[in-house]
Design a binder for this molecule. Structure first.
Ligand code: ATP
Length: 295
């Protein structure tokens, strides 16, 4: 995975790599106006969110014209429900999330939130409605407080602390000599994968968006940390619309729907019980993970 402590002056160089990281990049988009691949339609209104229901309609997409990545992908996430995407590496899971956040525009089909094609609304309103907890969290070379408040600029110290407590990172921060004023990033305190993910959770709690994207870490954490983070993610996602890119199937047994994606196509879909009964690819993946102790 990519190195995510970012000196801002290097952003131009590693912009494309970061973009892969699926992070909350509004600020960087502002810095890199020229690099934008999508634009607001003239006079675009803000997204009007009711329940943040998501709908992908026959979505086709290619990063490079000659190599299509998604082929006619359709699914819905009803308001307040969780849909999980699983499948082999490179099958297009993160691409779905990038399209929902409108890092790129679809080549065919549509992506709708509460009935509105996301190409017709302002990007700032779209991204304001979506929280991402990525595999690897971007930390700015700034204080812990700044990094958490980045979820909602202008948040008070009390609000930042409350979010940190809920994400179970407060005690760690309070235990550092400068507390919330501790500098993090490449010139400051280095945080572990789990600590960074907790900062991302705190950020998301503070932002409190109606729609969430969880990009589950593949390996970064030990299993007790993993379970704790999972419990925190569950809490953050309660009653929200959630798209989760999952690697460990045990975290998604409760999903409203699970999409098994291969080579950019949905090859199986249903809830856990239905997919186990179908005894297809998902059931096979489930058995493998059980046997491998969740590997
Ligand atoms: P993983 O589980 O490994 O994260 P994934 O299912 O999320 O994989 P994607 O990141 O969606 O896979 O990538 C799908 C395909 O698109 C891959 O073949 C990848 O190489 C390709 N791809 C991703 N980003 C780009 C890009 N910026 N330019 C060209 N190809 C890309």
């Amino acid at each position: 995975m990519i190195q995510l402590y970012i000196p801002l002056n290097f952003l131009g160089v590693i912009y494309r790599e970061i973009k892969q990281g699926l992070t909350d990049l509004d600020k960087m988009f502002v810095l890199l106006e020229r690099e934008r691949e999508v634009a607001d339609a003239p006079g675009a209104p803000p997204l009007a969110v009711s329940g943040a229901a998501v709908r992908f309609e026959a979505v086709g997409f290619a990063y490079e014209r000659e190599r299509p990545i998604l082929h006619g992908v359709s699914f819905e996430i009803p308001a307040g429900k969780k849909v999980a995407v699983v499948g082999p590496s490179g099958s297009g899971k993160s691409t779905l999330a990038r399209l929902l956040y409108r890092f790129y525009d679809v080549d065919s089909g549509r992506v709708l939130i509460d009935g509105q094609d996301i190409r017709t609304v302002t990007q700032s309103s779209l991204r304001g409605a979506i929280g991402i907890v990525p595999q690897d969290t971007v930390l700015f070379n700034d204080t812990v407080a700044y990094n958490i408040a980045y979820g909602r600029p202008g948040a008070s110290q009390q609000e930042v602390e409350a979010a940190a407590r809920a994400a179970h990172i407060h005690d760690f921060i309070a235990g550092t000599p400068k507390g919330y004023q501790t500098m993090v990033g490449e010139r400051g305190l280095k945080l572990s994968g789990g600590e960074k993910q907790r900062v991302a959770i705190a950020r998301t709690l503070l932002k409190n968006p109606p729609l969430l994207i969880f990009d589950e870490a593949t390996s970064a954490l030990d299993s007790s940390n993993e379970r704790a983070i999972q419990a925190e993610l569950e809490a953050v996602g309660r009653d929200k619309t959630v798209l989760v890119i999952a690697h460990r199937l045990s975290t998604i047994v409760d999903a409203h729907e699970i999409l098994v994606i291969e080579l950019g196509r949905i090859i199986e879909r249903g809830n856990h019980t239905q997919l186990m009964a179908a005894d297809g690819r998902y059931a096979q993946m489930w058995r493998l993970q059980q046997a491998g102790g969740e590997g």
